[in-house]
Design a binder for this molecule. Structure first.
Ligand SMILES: [Zn+2]
Length: 309
């Protein structure tokens, strides 16, 4: 059995974003609290007792408070069910939450060597002492089984693969501490429970769908996929900024090259969009965009939703 909890479904900034007065952010503050969503992360577990996070969002503290599955065990003075954090990129919305995990509990950070090099390069992450918080490099396309804090194996097999994307924006124009070879900045994950053979795929960032990616995703039971923008230029059109989805390394949901069209026809049991920007009209339950997405078999999950495979 594989249990998966959506801790947050929003892109960087969340919904509502602190400094945003767009229609969706205003609605999330007033009248439609169901629209509110924290920044993207999911937790998964094979045994219900030990959990792994995919990415650590800036909202992690609030997400852990809201998620009973991740509370300390009753009767223990210091405890966390979190055995590890797998990082798929090094954007602020994927790593800032690590700083909220600095109170001495042991866990392991799994990430590509390039991502680990950036954490090492930023001395603020030294608050996570390597004595308690081990760093384990991920090798692309090589399945690994993370261990639990007591050394036993977790029963979960993880395979990370490179996805078309971009490096973190704060590194643009700077020298990457992990080298410039271009891979490792954006990962997709395939997570499999060894006992039941149930699995899911997770891609919070993806610039385009390639044939290789399609063949990886075909046949998966559950897919979490990049839903940052509905259309590539929506932030510009709404007056919210100058960036397109592509310039940030994100595919649009709609359009002939968008995620909905590109992934249509693949045998995937359940498809959920994650990492949804507050500019995306598909967040609004009654919108045309939401209807089209749902007609195509996609869903937008609420924070806290648990899926059991
Ligand atoms: Zn907004």
């Amino acid at each position: 059995m594989l249990r998966v909890v959506v801790l947050g479904a929003a892109a960087g900034g969340g919904v509502p974003q602190w400094n945003c007065g767009c229609e969706i952010c205003r609605a999330a503050r007033h009248g439609q609290p169901g629209l509110a969503s924290s920044q993207c992360s999911v937790a998964f577990s094979a045994d219900g007792a030990h959990w792994f996070l995919i990415n650590a969002s800036p909202d992690l503290r609030q997400q852990l408070t809201a998620t009973v599955q991740l509370h300390p065990k009753r009767g223990q003075l210091r405890h966390t069910p979190i055995a590890g954090v797998i990082l798929t990129n090094v954007e602020v919305d994927a790593v800032a939450g690590l700083l909220s995990m600095r109170e001495g509990s042991s866990f392991t950070i799994f990430a590509h060597a390039k991502v680990l090099s950036i954490l090492r390069d930023n001395s603020i992450f030294n608050v996570l002492s390597e004595k308690n918080v081990k760093r384990q490099p991920i090798t692309l396309d090589q399945a690994f089984e993370p261990a639990l804090p007591d050394g036993r194996l977790s029963g979960i097999e993880i395979t990370a693969f490179a996805v078309p994307g971009k490096g973190a924006w704060y590194l643009e124009g700077r020298t990457h501490p992990g080298g410039e070879d271009g891979t490792g900045d954006t990962l997709g994950l395939h997570i499999r429970d060894k006992a039941s053979d149930k699995s899911f795929c997770f891609l919070a960032a993806c610039a385009r769908v390639t044939e290789e990616l399609k063949s990886r995703l075909a046949g998966t039971s559950l897919l979490f996929f990049d839903g940052t923008v509905w259309r590539d230029d929506e932030m510009i059109a709404a007056g919210l900024g100058s960036k397109t989805g592509q310039s940030m390394g994100h595919i649009a949901m709609s359009g002939p090259d968008g995620a909905i069209e590109s992934l249509a026809g693949l045998a995937i049991d359940r498809k959920l969009f994650l990492h949804i920007n507050n500019s995306n009209p598909a967040l609004l339950a009654g919108s045309q965009e939401r209807k089209r997405l749902e007609q195509a078999g996609w869903q937008i999950p609420a924070d806290g939703m648990e899926i059991v495979l």
